[in-house]
Design a binder for this molecule. Sequence first.
Ligand SMILES: Nc1ncnc2c1ncn2[C@@H]1O[C@H](COP(=O)(O)OP(=O)(O)OP(=O)(O)O)[C@@H](O)[C@H]1O
Length: 219
Amino acid sequence: MIRFENVGLRYGMGPEVLRDLTFQVAPHSFQFLTGPSGAGKTTLLRLLFLSLRPTRGLISVFGRETSRIGKQDLPKMRRRIGIVFQDFRLLDHLTTYQNVALPYRVLGHDEATYRADVVELLKWVGLGERMHVMPPVLSGGEKQRAAIARALITKPELLLADEPTGNVDPPLARRLLRLFLELNRLGTAVVIATHDLALMDQVDARRLVLEDGRMEIFS
Ligand SMILES: Nc1ncnc2c1ncn2[C@@H]1O[C@H](COP(=O)(O)OP(=O)(O)OP(=O)(O)O)[C@@H](O)[C@H]1O
């Protein structure tokens, strides 16, 4: 599904932030991406989401080498990937429901074709009662779940989440983890970037560990 071969990345003229990364993410797989602060986790997620290009090496996503993907094809590729950003990136002037429905609206779909799916997903993440309020009145954990729902609404083949439990207490973190595991059980490949050792210890999952720009894999 995703293949990295000797990938390196530097920002501008700076030092290489990621070096010689060679690994794969298989369809339907579940893995954590971890490592100390500044190790390059967010940078790696941006490479996976095609919002950064490597400065060396090859990345292939869904069987296509990213250097050959033109700008016009990016939205179509990205629709197959759901991403939960560290800072949520919800739109404050839309309701929770409208935020989650946004990908469909952008595609110009008729609301009647997606309304039931959005409502069902909001219930699944425990926001059934909060769907008509705006993000500024949601708690941190509720925003987190709204961002997760928005990433999932298009049924992505790959879900990327950047510190998805960074803003929540341990019981909610466990619930979110169960949500990701359930999603994975339904067929989505999942990559969760996290510092949270207690969270990782709850699942016997593959760990991609970044340190000094290089990756070690523990299966
Ligand atoms: N846009 C940028 N321009 C220049 N340097 C950057 C940029 N974004 C990140 N960096 C640098 O790249 C390195 C990796 O950053 P990154 O945010 O990927 O790490 P991280 O592992 O996600 O950190 P954290 O766990 O603190 O979120 C850091 O040294 C950071 O300062």
